[in-house]
Design a protein around this ligand. Structure first.
Ligand code: PLP
Length: 454
């Protein structure tokens, strides 16, 4: 029986719903990442580690909304914090500075001491966008360097060589800058230099070649949350960017809170100039953070310049001397209240979540071995991926050499056994996953291996 047969029978309400949704939104989705073939499952309830779909089937969720739900679905403490915040202050949005901005900021700074000053945004995308502007304001240089296969948000500057076709991506030691979307301005491609991840020699050469133009280097210290930088590579990158006066930005939108509370920079003991955070920081509520060295972050200070909307306030020169950063919802009180509850929970429970993740990874690795499957789990902290290859995975191109088609089949097989994962995505474990969830997942994983490889 084709694996999809059973799936379509059991999820007919999702299928029907998606047909209706396509009359309202292109493809029936409001973010392309939420779509997959033949159609996405539509969920209607979530609690703890569980999701229930429109046909009342229950799943153990490992997508956890792309890693953001680090405390699981509907955590009571987070819910209480949001409701209490709203009740205490009457309103849910002041449009003025307020106390939680500082309270939350101080707690973030405890865990990320490199963030001497910080700013809030509403998403990871906005955080990386702001970080790039601050970096350019600091250096006066507008080209940026990023790594092949690294994602920092969907805008023209950074949606470059995130998932390029390998046959077009050029020499692995000098990757091409390729657009990842229709409709992108090609002029950006000249300004975004693509570097090979975990290749210290090539990176050093490319950065030296463009040393007068590149102002900032942005990196996911753990690519896509699961392919770690070699410690010596990250230390080398820190050194070369410092030598060349480039702002080093760690995009920890995925790794923040997931490797440990202090992110990858704590694990590697490497201090970036700027850090961007998102996802888990809000525990499922929209947030982004940019923080870093005081002298760099101060470029975003209004005290230095003026209100761009009010020319009467311009103290020096013209408005273009002022770095623009705004956002109606930045530092939203309800989201910060949720964020503080998330920190409370993780300070208590992150250790045991990391242990449960290890248990799941170990169990999966043993089963892969038992069924003689060429495969492994890759990742640190509470995110990892199942990679069908025995090769050491060090970058995007290595990942493309793995058996992604069978991995998709495995995910569909797991689906039918009540394990939810967007096909070929990462596993994110939350504080809500229980020991029993892990055991049930391993049971399903064994059955799926038998089915796919049997
Ligand atoms: N940076 C990284 C490393 C990410 O993983 C993501 C999202 O997947 C982003 C930035 C963009 O964040 P958001 O989806 O909140 O805009």
């Amino acid at each position: 029986e084709h694996p999809m047969f059973d799936y379509q029978k059991k999820t007919s309400s999702s299928k029907e719903f998606m047909n209706e949704a396509a009359q309202v939104m292109p493809g029936g989705v409001t973010a392309n990442i939420k779509y997959f073939e033949p159609y996405p499952i539509v969920m209607k309830y979530g609690k703890g580690a569980k999701l229930i779909d429109m046909d009342n089937q229950e799943y153990i969720d490992y997508l956890m909304s792309y890693g953001s739900l680090v405390t699981g679905h509907g955590h009571n403490e987070v819910k209480k914090a949001v409701i209490e915040q709203m009740e205490r202050d009457g309103t849910w949005l002041f449009g003025t500075p307020h106390s939680l901005e500082v309270e939350m900021g101080k707690r973030l700074q405890q865990h990320f001491p490199s963030m001497e000053l910080l700013r809030y945004t509403n998403s990871g995308t906005e955080a990386t966008l702001l970080a790039l502007r601050i970096a350019a304001a600091h250096t006066g240089k507008h080209k940026i360097a990023k790594f092949e296969g690294h994602y920092h948000g969907g805008y023209d500057q950074m949606l470059v060589s995130v998932s390029p076709p390998v046959h077009q991506a050029g020499d692995p030691e000098s990757p091409e800058s390729l657009p990842d979307s229709k409709g992108m301005s090609t002029s950006h491609l000249r300004n975004t230099i693509v570097l090979p991840f975990n290749d210290a020699k090539a990176c050093k050469r490319i950065l030296h070649e463009h040393k007068d133009e590149i102002g900032a280097v942005m990196i996911e210290p753990i690519q896509a949350g699961f392919i770690p930088a070699d410690p010596s590579f990250l230390k080398g990158l820190r050194q070369v960017t410092e030598e060349l006066g480039m702002v080093l930005i760690f995009d920890e939108v995925k790794t923040g809170y997931r490797t440990c509370l202090g992110g990858a920079q704590h694990i590697y003991d490497v201090k970036p100039d700027l850090t961007t955070l998102g996802k888990a920081i809000g525990g499922g509520y929209p947030i982004g953070v940019v923080g870093g060295k005081k002298e760099i972050m101060m470029h975003s200070s209004p005290v230095e310049g003026a209100d761009v909307f009010d020319s009467s306030q311009t103290k020096s020169g013209t408005a273009k001397d002022v770095l623009f950063h705004s956002g109606t919802y930045n530092g939203h009180p309800m989201i910060l209240a949720a964020g503080m509850a998330v920190i409370d929970i993780l300070e208590r429970e992150l250790e045991s979540t990391l242990r449960k993740t290890e248990q799941l990874k170990t169990g999966m690795n043993e089963l892969l071995k038992k069924y003689k499957v060429k495969g492994q789990t890759v990742g640190t902290g509470s995110i990892f991926s199942v990679v069908l290859s025995n090769m050491k995975i060090r970058n995007y191109r290595d990942l493309q050499k793995t058996d992604l088609a069978t991995r998709k089949e495995l995910d569909f097989s797991l689906f039918r056994k009540g394990i939810y994962m967007k096909p070929v995505n990462r596993y994110s474990v939350s504080t809500a996953h229980t020991k029993e969830d892990i055991e049930n997942t391993l049971d399903a994983f064994e059955k799926a291996l038998q089915e796919v490889y049997g």
